[in-house]
Ligand binder design. Structure first.
Ligand code: FE2
Length: 241
């Protein structure tokens, strides 16, 4: 019996290894091994979402948006890379990918995100062993109508996330995939209205002023932007090593 199961059974008046028989009061007189059954939830996938404080947020986002667009105009390496790898859109993922070191506005975003990353790391119960989780990468994504952000994860990173700068009404959400999907094999589908933690995919709406954090190994994608206005976000990685 594992320590975990011992803990789960602690305080109960019967124990699967100690009692020879358990009698369920609902089945008078019959031996029953289901008494005190419990179901435990293990190996969770935690996704963190938060809004930045509303004070001054409109001005802050407007400045970020100006800089994102300016970067698109100036970053010729990013334009070339996007043409090949992000058709119709712009990303500085492979060019200006450390924007927090280049722009005071992006550095301010880093400071605002840091406290959320710390809180998320606490909820993951990570033992960071006195080493800091630090922002290593920070880049811009601009998705005009029809542009898609294919399924991917963030290699060489611990925690990743996105901050939303401009999210026109009706724009695509970020879609996360159950990391065990390839192991389900013959498993039946889930009920359409099943709880969030049992869904094979989960959408988190994109909303300007909101940030979403996830562990970097978690695959995600953004469906084509269906609306005329550009969807603008800033993505980032935090590393521990
Ligand atoms: Fe991503």
């Amino acid at each position: 019996m594992s320590a975990l199961m011992d803990k789960l059974w602690a305080g109960k008046d019967s124990h699967p290894t100690k009692g020879a028989q358990y009698t369920d009061s609902r089945v008078a007189g019959k031996a029953c091994y289901a008494r005190d059954m419990t179901t435990i939830s293990l190996f969770p996938t935690l996704i963190y979402a938060a809004r930045l404080p509303a004070k001054g947020l409109g001005k802050f986002n407007a400045q970020l948006l100006r800089e994102c667009r300016q970067l698109r105009a100036d970053d010729t390496a990013g334009q070339r890379w996007s043409k090949k790898n992000y058709p119709g859109g712009f990303t500085s993922y492979n060019s200006a990918c450390r924007m927090h070191t280049l722009s005071p506005t992006f550095a301010a975003l880093e400071r605002r995100v840091n406290r959320h990353v710390r809180r998320y790391a606490e909820s993951l119960q990570l033992d960071l062993m006195d080493r800091e989780l630090t922002m290593t990468d920070c880049w811009v994504n601009i998705m005009p109508k029809g542009v898609v952000h294919g399924l991917h994860l963030h290699p060489l990173s611990t925690i990743s996330g996105t901050y939303y700068v401009q999210t026109p009404k009706g724009c695509s959400a970020i879609k996360f995939e159950d990391p065990r999907l390839d192991r389900f094999m013959a498993a039946p589908p889930r009920h359409a209205d099943c709880d969030a933690e049992n869904k094979p995919w989960y959408h988190v709406p994109a909303e300007a002023g909101k940030l979403v954090l996830f562990e970097s190994w978690l695959r995600h994608e953004v469906a084509p932007n269906p609306v005329a206005t550009e969807r603008v976000s800033i993505s980032f990685n935090y590393s521990w090593f």
